[in-house]
Design a protein around this ligand. Structure first.
Ligand SMILES: [Zn+2]
Length: 233
C-alpha cells in the first residue's frame, strides 16, 4: 500500500468517525428539543428553558466544529488525490485554522438549527404569537398544517421536516426524491410554490409532527369505526 493510499484511508476514517459523532449529536439535539417543548407546553419553567437553550447552543457549536473537521479532512483528501501529497499534518492544521478564524460559538448563535429550536419553543409557549421578527402571516396554526406528504399525498408516518421552509415529507419519499434529483446542484422543495431548497442536511425527523398526525388520526377514527360496526350489523 502506498503512503498516499494509506493517508487517504486515514482521512476517510476521520470523516466516518466524525459523521457517527454528528449522527449521535443529532439524536441528542432532538431529545433536548423534545424535552424543552414539553417543559414549554406544560410548566413553562423559564430557568429550565434557559438551561436547555444553553445546552442546545453548545450542541450546535459542537456540530459546527465537527463539520469543520470533516470539511478539513475532505480538503486534505482532495489534495492527496490531486498531487499525491502525503504530508497531512500541516495541510490539515492550515485548513482547520482557516475555518477556525470564525468563532464557532458566534456561528452557533445565528445557526439555522438554533433559530429553528428557538422558534419551536416559542410556538409551544405562545401558540398564537408570532416569533419576534417574524410576520404574523407566516404563523401556521396546527389546523393548517398538512398532515399529508406532498410527494405521496398520503398521511405522514415518518415525517421529515425541512428546516429551510418547515414543510414535511414522508421519510422514504423525500429520500427517493433526493436520490432521483442527485444531478442537480440545488434541489427545490417539492411543495408547489415553495421557493426553498431541500437537502439531506436540511432535513430532521419531526417527532412532534408524528404526534400531531397520530392525534388527528385518533380524533377521526371513532366515527369511521362506528360506521364500520353499523355496516357489519
Ligand atoms: Zn418547502
Amino acid at each position: 500500500m502506498t503512503e498516499a493510499v494509506s493517508a487517504i484511508r486515514e482521512m476517510d476514517t476521520a470523516i466516518q468517525r466524525h459523521q457517527t459523532l454528528l449522527n449521535e449529536l443529532g439524536i441528542a439535539m432532538s431529545h433536548t428539543s423534545e424535552t424543552a417543548i414539553s417543559i414549554a407546553e406544560f410548566d413553562a419553567n423559564e430557568k429550565k428553558l434557559k438551561d436547555m437553550e444553553e445546552t442546545m447552543k453548545l450542541y450546535v457549536e459542537l456540530s459546527v466544529n465537527i463539520k469543520r473537521h470533516m470539511e478539513t479532512a475532505e480538503s486534505v483528501k482532495a489534495a492527496i488525490n490531486r498531487q499525491r501529497e502525503i504530508h497531512i499534518v500541516k495541510p490539515f492544521e492550515d485548513h482547520l485554522n482557516k475555518l477556525n478564524k470564525k468563532d464557532a460559538a458566534k456561528e452557533a448563535e445565528s445557526h439555522p438549527k438554533l433559530i429553528d429550536y428557538q422558534k419551536k419553543i416559542w410556538k409551544a409557549q405562545y401558540p398564537n404569537k408570532p416569533f419576534p421578527g417574524e410576520d404574523d402571516d407566516l404563523i401556521i396554526t396546527n389546523d393548517e398544517i398538512d398532515i399529508n406528504c406532498p410527494i405521496t399525498k398520503k398521511q405522514l408516518v415518518k415525517p421529515m421536516r425541512n428546516m429551510a421552509c418547515g414543510h414535511h415529507y414522508e421519510q422514504s419519499a423525500i429520500e427517493e426524491y433526493l436520490k432521483s434529483m442527485r444531478k442537480h446542484r440545488q434541489i427545490d422543495c417539492p411543495v408547489a410554490g415553495c421557493s426553498k431548497t431541500v437537502s439531506k442536511t436540511s432535513l430532521e425527523y419531526d417527532k412532534s409532527m408524528e404526534r400531531e398526525v397520530k392525534k388527528r388520526a385518533m380524533s377521526q377514527r371513532p366515527d369511521s369505526e362506528d360506521e364500520e360496526e353499523y355496516t357489519q350489523i
